[in-house]
Ligand binder design. Structure first.
Ligand code: SAH
Ligand code: SF4
Ligand code: F3S
Length: 550
């Protein structure tokens, strides 16, 4: 085997004695024994999809780094390409299928190169067809198998025990379908944290996964099949990870889950949570008695304080919430905790009750609006965002009009919208996908136009006001053209670039988010990167704000 060639092991390999290059040996005299780094593959992780995938990729990259591999600057320069896929819509999968030719050419140029494909596109049910769909890929891992990456590549070593080791991925049955079981991802996360094997993409904002999987009943969605049932991480482990992030100087933490606000229902009851008595008022019944919930967790993270008594992590967020579990307890916690940002993402999917029934969402618009009214009351100035998709099975003009009416009623700050895409194996495949593609698309375009007007109006309300902005990006003077899915953001960035074309020395074009999750451009000293700055808003577009230091 040439040094750059990776074996592809189909089953977890025994722990080998292969060299692992840990960052710096404890004893300086051992420096000379560091293995030749070129002997290990350099890796590139291509991440598609949601924040959960981003977080999973941080863990895979961390494991690879801890096993001695180096991060490559690009896919072209890498010996190992890990593709973390999203299956939410056909377009997300088409993006990866479309790259197979490029990957095949890269493999011809670098015969030692290996491609691993993981994420939501890999399921037990479709495994046999994957090699044909993705011909350039050498190995497929379901999301629950990601911790095995190191072992399967033969990269595990005694010095860097960050592979799955004794851990074995598992599946479980949901409505007769064999799906991933994330139970051991909970343990794998603890091991990765203990080994320092999480390569965080930012030193300012951190993702913190708290619950994996999805137990919901949405008929159109692939996620329960890709990710399996809900599995919560232990309460104290999450608080400990948050404390470590605070100590490391993180200014913002986002608690993550496909259904972040159903956190804790699957954990064992404990006397210390005896006061937790949340009952669901919609959706499938659930016994939450004496189990931790998101409200409890948010309060515990908010309670990590500096010696001055302020939250050590100034900004706490959580995504994605489901209307089933937006409890009064959670709304109260949001109102009480100074670190919790004044922003809530609450996907609605459609403004029509009949559509919501077909979608299996199990709430009504009346219930949804009652929750929004409650949160607007409890958290003044809260920014609201949502997810919607157009053209689901049987959607009539009247049902679509209900969705537009909902947008005009709620006046969201931001809407993430798409056209319905039928996903193999989901319950909705039994309904006719009968809205013509052209109608789906036209409804989507019209909906986005309506929302653009509303977003602009919501943003204009900020003119003349001061926003607290966590500055996390320096915008380079010239445009980059390779942004994957940031079209609107890219347009707003390019407008601000023009406005900041001739900045004096020492002043940079910085970008950040307000507590309400608004993108804000500002010209400021680059030394302010990583801090929260007060910005006086002077310009508002539909997708971003611009201002100067107040
Ligand atoms: N768990 C979150 C959403 C995760 S998926 C929730 O339920 O709110 C992100 C979004 O993708 C969904 O909110 C939905 O709007 C969209 N989506 C899911 N399946 C889809 C499909 N088959 N076609 C189009 N959009 C879809
Ligand atoms: Fe998909 Fe529904 Fe689960 Fe969200 S709640 S991930 S839309 S099944
Ligand atoms: Fe996509 Fe999976 Fe997230 S399908 S949206 S990457 S949970």
């Amino acid at each position: 085997m040439s040094p750059r060639e990776l074996p592809v092991v189909e089953f977890p390999a025994p722990v080998s004695a292969a060299p692992g290059a840990m960052s710096s040996p404890a004893d300086a005299r051992l420096t000379e024994f560091r293995p030749e780094t070129r002997a290990l593959p350099s890796f590139f992780v291509w991440t598609l999809g949601c924040q959960m995938n981003r977080s999973d990729s941080e863990e895979m990259a961390g494991r690879l780094l801890a096993s001695g591999c180096a991060e490559a600057p690009s896919m072209e320069a890498a010996d190992l390409v890990v593709i973390n896929t999203c299956a939410i819509r056909e377009a997300a999968e088409a993006k990866v299928i479309g790259r197979q030719g490029v990957l095949a050419r890269l493999k011809t140029a670098n015969p030692g190169m290996r491609v691993v494909l993981t994420g939501c596109s890999v399921r037990t049910s479709n495994r046999s067809g994957l090699a044909k769909r993705y011909p350039a890929v050498d190995m497929f891992l379901r999301p629950d198998e990601e911790p095995e990456l190191i072992d399967r590549l033969g990269l595990a070593s005694a010095q860097a025990p960050v592979g799955a080791l004794a851990m074995t991925a598992a599946t479980t049955l949901v409505k007769g379908a064999e799906v991933s079981d994330a139970a051991h991802l909970v343990r794998a996360r603890a091991d990765a944290i203990a080994a320092g094997a999480v390569l965080r993409g930012s030193a300012i904002s951190a993702w913190l996964p708290i619950i994996y999987g999805c137990d919901k009943t949405c008929t159109y969605c692939i996620v329960p099949f890709s990710r399996g049932p809900e599995r919560s991480r232990p309460f104290d482990e999450i608080v400990a990870e948050a404390r470590a992030l605070a100590t490391a100087g993180y200014r913002e933490v986002t608690l993550l889950g496909q259904n972040v606000n159903s956190y804790g229902h699957d954990l064992a009851p404990q006397p210390r949570f005896a006061h937790v008595q949340t009952q669901r008022t919609v959706g499938r019944a659930q016994d939450r008695t004496a189990r931790p919930d998101l409200a409890e967790l948010v309060r515990a993270v908010d309670a990590i304080r500096t010696s001055d008594g302020v939250p050590a992590i100034p900004r706490l967020r959580y995504v994605t919430s489901h209307p089933w579990d937006l409890s009064d307890r959670l709304i109260e916690a949001m109102a009480d905790c100074p670190s919790v940002c004044e922003a809530l993402h609450l996907p609605v999917q459609s403004g029509s009750d009949s559509m919501l029934r077909r979608m299996g969402r199990q709430y009504t618009i009346e219930h949804y609006l009652e929750r929004l009214a409650r949160i607007r009351d409890a958290v003044p100035g809260v920014a609201l965002s949502t997810d919607i998709f157009t053209g689901f099975c049987g959607e009539t003009d009247a049902e679509y009009a209900d969705t537009i009416h909902l947008l005009e009623t709620v006046r969201y700050d931001q809407v993430f919208a798409a056209a319905y895409s039928e996903r193999p194996g989901t319950p909705a495949t039994r309904l006719p996908d009968d809205v013509p593609a052209e109608v789906k698309r036209r409804r989507l375009v019209d909906l986005l136009a309506v929302q653009e007007g509303i977003g602009l109006e919501r943003n204009r309300a900020w003119l003349g006001r001061t926003a607290s902005v966590l500055l996390d990006t320096v915008v380079p003077p010239r445009a980059h053209s390779h942004d994957d899915d940031g079209d609107e953001e890219a347009a707003s960035t390019s407008a601000s670039r023009d406005a900041f074309a001739n900045l004096p020395d020492g002043i940079a074009h910085l970008l950040g988010r307000s507590r309400e999750n608004k993108l804000v451009h500002v010209a400021a000293p680059a030394s302010l990167l990583g801090t929260e700055a007060d910005v006086l808003i002077e310009h508002a577009g539909p997708y971003a704000l611009r201002g100067r230091l107040a």
